[in-house]
Design a protein around this ligand. Structure first.
Ligand code: NDP
Length: 310
């Protein structure tokens, strides 16, 4: 039986681990399939306070992990496949094994959304990517596509011009969700070409095991073109990792957990922090802040429970 189990090892989960560990609660962190979270997929982080020169995302995560471990946090690799929150103690299933805990901190984050076409699935890691900062380097001097119309698509396109000779930004509408400043920056970049009102219908060529072209359909004219490219970067947003909590915790229409006020869920002893409950700020520092809040709430809950028990 644990006092605190934390699901997720990104910025929110590791900060919760640090605070819970310093409160002597020996938290167990279940690292999840995307261990380290979104920060491990970025390069230079320039807006985390305390690092005027910036710090590499993976290094920041590694340091958080060490810092929490120093005070007694424990880590376990693996993925949580089920959770039972209707009775206390709560139980969670990690790769087939069941663990019991008095409090649960959910910091399972949000994962990249995919287009959902077969050829995309077949070519992930072979030219199809959701992480420009991780994979851009491999496409030096090549033509690439970025899909999406938000800030991430703009940021990825601009970043990719460091390597690619041409970036085609494919967006399904003609209006953009991206902020004006990011959109203007992308528009001014000579290497970026905008293709609007267009869907990626197929990515070629799964048989060859590499990306050689993308088949694009204009939604207004229905015209189809085949664009030779070496990579397709999908930047169409994120999906919160909450499927195992369906029916147990309140969620909004897109599956983000509802915390009211953050990090409190409707189940006493269950807290949520970071991107899994934040569709608005999604920053490393705000995730860290909410992780701290979740751990403090868990600590107070345990203290109240122990008084009630005596
Ligand atoms: P957004 O949700 O803002 O944008 C997603 C984009 O993908 C939209 O243009 C959407 O189109 C498109 N899209 C969604 N699903 C599909 C689909 N199935 N097929 C084709 N296109 C699709 O996500 P982002 O990741 O861009 O941004 C998330 C948040 O992070 C935002 O708040 C953003 O401002 C912030 N951010 C800020 C940055 C910065 O300031 N430097 C950098 C990166 C992100 P449609 O518009 O038609 O719905």
């Amino acid at each position: 039986m644990r006092d605190v189990v934390i699901i997720g090892s990104g910025c929110a989960g590791l900060t919760a681990a640090l605070y819970a560990a310093r409160a002597n609660l020996k938290p167990l962190v279940i690292e999840g399939i995307e261990a380290g979270g979104q920060l491990t997929l970025t390069t230079l982080v320039e807006n985390f306070p305390g690092f005027p020169e910036g710090i590499q995302g993976p290094e920041l995560i590694q340091r958080m992990k060490e810092q929490a471990a120093k005070f007694g946090a424990e880590y376990r690799s693996g993925n949580v496949t089920a959770a039972q929150l209707s009775m206390r103690p709560f139980s969670i299933t990690v790769d087939g094994e069941t663990l019991q805990t008095r409090t649960l901190i959910i910091a399972s984050g949000a994962s990249a959304r995919w287009l959902g076409i077969e050829s995309e699935k077949a070519l992930i890691g072979k030219g199809v990517s959701s992480c420009a900062t991780c994979d851009g380097f491999f496409f030096r001097g090549k033509n690439v596509i970025v899909v999406g119309g938000g800030d991430t698509a703009m940021e990825d396109s601009i970043f990719l011009t460091r390597f690619a000779s041409r970036v085609d930004l494919v967006h399904r509408r003609s209006e953009f969700r991206a902020s004006k400043i990011m959109l203007d920056r992308a528009r001014k970049n000579e290497k970026i070409h905008f293709i609007t009102n267009t869907l990626v219908e197929e990515i070629l060529d799964p048989v060859k095991g590499e990306v050689s072209a993308a088949r694009l359909r204009n939604v207004e004219t229905n015209a189809v073109i085949e664009k030779p490219v070496s990579a397709v970067f999908v930047a169409i947003g994120h999906v919160p990792n909450t499927s195992i909590f369906q029916g147990q915790l309140e969620m909004d229409k897109d599956g983000y957990l509802i915390t009211n006020p953050p990090p409190i869920t409707k189940i006493p002893g269950v807290y949520a922090c970071g991107d899994v409950q934040d569709r608005h700020y999604r920053q490393a520092v705000s995730a860290a802040g909410s992780g701290c809040m979740a751990a403090m709430e868990a600590e107070r809950f345990l203290e109240r429970e122990s008084h009630a028990g005596h």
